[in-house]
Ligand binder design. Structure first.
Ligand code: DGY
Length: 332
């Protein structure tokens, strides 16, 4: 029996490609270029599965051109590149990579918070620029981390990981806002108190955003929300671009209406708004919160295993939708 054909839309670990090649005819993205939608559609012709990253939009228009496509496995926990309703309506299985990146991403969120609040990259630029001539009492004096109040918006697995780090590691008072309240036992374990979004913004020393991107989450933090924050506060976004209004944030940072920010994600990335690039009180990283070798390998393996399990007839391991009628390889 011939192997099913799949497309791997961006470069991944060679070992994972080798594993996929044992089960599938694989077309890989050899030069790792981000394909335009029409090129992605062309390459998906005759493919029953695809391994994507967050950069490939899977929507109704694309699905209409690829009637053989049965499953798209995203190598990311976020899947806002999927039009999930369109995929479900078309009977296309979507999967993501939860759990394997939780602790690594929480580590990074905490690092970005510390780097921004303690002015680490700003002071390093100063040193490398040859401007360090003497010690000074208030040189790069930043905001306290230990014992301060941490506000987390989006209390899923990664948010809970950040809460644990803050409460147990740094003695922080943790408060959170989420679509729904956590069960009492989980709140107790994270030592976290549920508050309204506005109260959280008004009363937190540091605010970390970890909520999924949906149309309703667009500009969760805009000019109104930034105006509620304290002038000494730090804002960290490791969720998705578009959750923060980057122009409003740049204005708030420039005018010192908040003290600092740490951003791993941007509206329209990989472009970064020039107003942010011009500022020193923001730490900017290129969407790397899950980027350790071990975690990225685990994410790639889980995405591959979803494809393998689906075509083995075991069903997707980590589905993000449940189409009532799934497209099947036989219909190809
Ligand atoms: C994720 O897993 O969602 C990360 O942001 C990488 O895209």
């Amino acid at each position: 029996m011939s192997k099913p054909s799949i497309l791997v839309a961006r470069a991944i670990f060679p070992k994972v490609l080798d594993k996929l090649a044992q089960h599938f005819n694989v077309e890989a993205n050899a030069d790792d270029r981000d394909w335009a939608p029409h090129e992605l559609a062309r390459r998906l012709q005759g493919k029953v599965g695809a391994l994507t990253t967050g950069g490939q939009r899977i929507d109704a228009a694309l699905l209409a051109t690829c009637p053989q496509l049965c499953i798209v496995a995203n190598m990311a926990v976020g899947y806002n590149n999927f039009d999930l309703d369109a995929m479900t309506a078309a009977g296309v299985q979507g999967t993501n990579t939860p759990d394997v990146l939780t602790e690594t991403t929480a580590d990074f969120g905490f690092s970005l918070l510390m780097a921004a609040a303690r002015r680490i990259t700003e002071s390093e630029h100063f040193l490398r620029g040859g401007r360090w001539t003497q010690w000074r009492y208030d040189m790069f004096a930043g905001a306290e981390i230990h014992g301060s109040r941490l506000g987390i918006i989006g209390m899923g697995r990664i948010g809970q990981g950040i809460a644990r780090r803050g409460a147990h590691g740094f003695g922080m008072e943790v408060q959170y806002h989420n679509r729904s309240r956590l069960p009492d036992a989980l709140e107790a374990e994270c030592k976290a108190r549920y508050v309204s979004k506005d109260e959280l913004l008004r009363t937190s020393d540091h605010v970390v955003l970890v909520l999924p991107y949906t149309p309703e989450a667009h500009h969760t933090i805009g000019a109104r929300e930034l105006a509620l924050m304290q002038p000494t506060a730090t804002l960290v976004n490791i969720a998705r671009g578009g959750i923060v209004d980057d122009v409003a944030l740049a204005a708030a940072l420039r005018e010192r209406r908040i003290a600092a920010a740490g951003l791993d994600v941007f509206e329209g990335e990989p472009r970064v708004h020039p107003d942010l690039l011009a500022l020193h009180n923001v730490v900017l990283t290129p969407h790397i919160a899950s980027a350790t070798v071990r975690t990225r390998q685990a994410m790639a393996n889980l995405a591959a295993d979803n494809l393998i399990a689906f075509f083995d007839g075991r069903g997707a391991l980590t589905p993000v939708n449940h189409p009532p009628l799934l497209r099947r390889q036989e219909s190809a």
